[in-house]
Design a protein around this ligand. Structure first.
Ligand SMILES: Cc1cc2nc3c(=O)[nH]c(=O)nc-3n(C[C@H](O)[C@H](O)[C@H](O)COP(=O)(O)O)c2cc1C
Length: 276
């Protein structure tokens, strides 16, 4: 007969309670997975729209995101050739950056001398985003970038003009840097210094080499070479160096270099409609 007040009874009740709770927690997690995935997708789409200057929190609502995102052309690109790609292993709709960039079947090791961003591997096929003008020509290309800061891998989006060298926007959608120090990569004022139309920032020099340098304090638009000078984050030299190095990696020949060459050659100017 079951003795509730015995040692065995106490353990039995505890075990039953644990089993019931774990079933409830698991069922809730599984039941909410679709909603969580959908919210993550919407949040990422909002970041893409924001860096493209197509989403303004003071005007738009989160429910506007799916409609606004129809103006964004998502595209898979082979980073080796810089050309649009199709693949059995990587699909546009289900693209998961963290998975494809870690899986040996869909990623490559970054040679040590090129591993500036400290990420060790990169995806063979990347998902980038194109924004076109009303006449169908290319307006902006949005490139996912990532690299190590002080504490974390910082995940961002860099938007470039159709000239493939002038910054239109920069945002970070995931990082673990210290709020108030490295976490200032998300400060709208700092981000705005990258995309001030009065004082455009240009990432390559005339010879086509990446040309960026970071300095403490605000960079005057009248300064020599102002287009290639960027404001370092105060009290966060290591995070700043992380941003600099991720830019150098992703804009270089092992990152988006081949793609940017194709953009400069006009490859994507009229082929925007080929993307989805
Ligand atoms: C608790 C704590 C958190 C810190 N977080 C960051 C950080 O997120 N990014 C960073 O670059 N430096 C961070 N630092 C500061 C670095 O250790 C280092 O001092 C700093 O990068 C130097 O920047 P500065 O030359 O601009 O002063 C942190 C320091 C402390 C004590």
């Amino acid at each position: 007969m079951f003795q509730r007040d015995s040692v065995g009874g106490t353990f039995t009740i505890a075990a039953v309670l644990c089993a019931v709770c774990s079933v409830v927690v698991s069922a809730t997690a599984v039941g909410l997975r679709d909603i969580k995935d959908r919210n993550e997708q919407l949040s990422f789409q909002r970041e893409v729209l924001t860096v493209a200057g197509k989403y303004d929190e003071s005007i738009h609502k989160p429910t506007d995101i799916p409609e606004l995102f129809k103006a964004v052309n998502s595209l898979l690109v082979d980073l080796g050739t810089g050309l649009p790609a199709t693949s059995d292993k990587v699909k546009l709709d289900t693209f998961n950056l963290k998975k494809v960039s870690k899986d040996p079947a869909t990623s490559v090791e970054i040679p040590t001398d090129k591993n500036l961003a400290g990420i060790n591997r990169r995806e063979e096929i990347a998902r980038v985003f194109l924004i076109k003008k009303d006449d169908g020509s290319l307006d902006q290309i949005i490139l996912p970038v990532r690299g190590k800061g002080l504490w974390s891998t910082m995940y961002g989006l860099l938007s470039l003009d159709s000239d493939a060298k002038t910054v239109r926007g920069l945002t970070f959608y995931e990082d673990g840097e210290t709020p108030g120090l490295g976490g200032e990569i998300n400060n709208p004022k700092w981000k705005a210094t990258w995309s001030n139309p009065e004082c455009p920032k240009v990432l390559f020099n005339e010879q086509g080499n990446v040309d960026i340098a970071f300095f403490k304090g605000a960079v005057s638009c009248d300064a020599d070479d102002a287009a290639h000078r960027f404001e370092a984050l105060a009290g966060a030299t290591i995070t700043t160096r992380g941003v600099e190095n991720m830019m150098k990696y992703w804009l270089g020949d092992h990152g988006y270099g081949p793609l940017l060459d194709k953009v400069k050659q006009g490859e994507f100017t009229n082929s925007v409609t080929a993307a989805r």
